[in-house]
Design a protein around this ligand. Structure first.
Ligand SMILES: O=C(O)CCC(=O)C(=O)O
Ligand SMILES: [Fe+2]
Length: 218
């Protein structure tokens, strides 16, 4: 989809600022790694496969991907979470590969994380809601209490790859600066000797299976 081909439209945002449609996008997901050749070639590149081997993955699959724009002035926060809340396996195995496509600073909404927090498991899950009369998805529990003072900022230069342990607490703030913060991120899980949680909000389908990282050549 090339939204720049659409007639630019002016939107009001919650801050009562007006921006063109293509500058108001928050994120695009969740199958860029498969459907968009440019993202596919990065996600299934030899460098990524080598990184996965070095991390000890035996049979990794890419389960989802996102482009997050964090637009100047209006880019929203990403609230504190562990990725395993959304992409749970038993045992946990998720790793995020987060690529800075621009310089990422304190001002434009860098990642923050709590060192060591990957050692504290969570039972909080984001699942498909069995109650069909309500929302399609829901959390199984409120956020776990964490000491907000323990968050450490992670400003990085354009081109940096950040590996995010699926159990580490992380977040990012709003972007109130005049500079965008574009990133590409995708998540890999281990299939060997693990079980994908059947309650996860995201489930593979015949049309969109979880794609094996090592098996897929460019
Ligand atoms: O880019 C961000 O602000 C958060 C991204 C994230 O949570 C992730 O890649 O797991
Ligand atoms: Fe995350």
């Amino acid at each position: 989809m090339d939204i720049t081909q659409h007639t630019p439209t002016v939107f009001s945002t919650t801050d009562n600022k007006q921006v063109e449609k293509h500058l108001s996008l928050n994120k695009v997901g969740h199958a860029l790694h498969w459907l968009v050749p440019e993202f596919r070639s990065v996600s299934f590149s030899d460098k990524v496969k080598t990184a996965a081997r070095q991390l000890g993955f035996a049979s990794p699959a890419v389960v989802q991907s996102m482009y997050i724009f964090k637009q100047p002035g209006i880019g929203g926060e990403v609230t504190p979470h562990k990725d395993c809340t959304f992409l749970s396996t038993e045992p946990q195995s998720c790793i995020g590969l987060w690529f800075a496509l621009e310089d990422v600073t304190l001002e434009n909404g860098c990642l923050w994380y709590i060192p060591g927090s990957q050692k504290t498991p969570t039972s909080r899950r984001f699942i498909r809601n069995d109650d069909k009369s309500g929302d399609l998805t829901c959390f199984t529990a409120p956020p776990d209490p964490v000491d907000a003072a323990k968050y450490v900022a992670l400003p990085v230069k354009k081109g940096t790859l950040v590996l995010i342990d699926g159990q580490v607490d992380h977040k990012s703030e709003r972007n109130c600066s005049p500079h965008s913060r574009h990133i590409y991120t995708f998540h890999v899980i281990e299939r060997h000797n693990t079980l994908w949680d059947p309650r996860n909000w995201l489930q593979p389908t015949p049309a969109m299976p979880f794609t094996g990282l090592y098996e897929n050549e460019l």
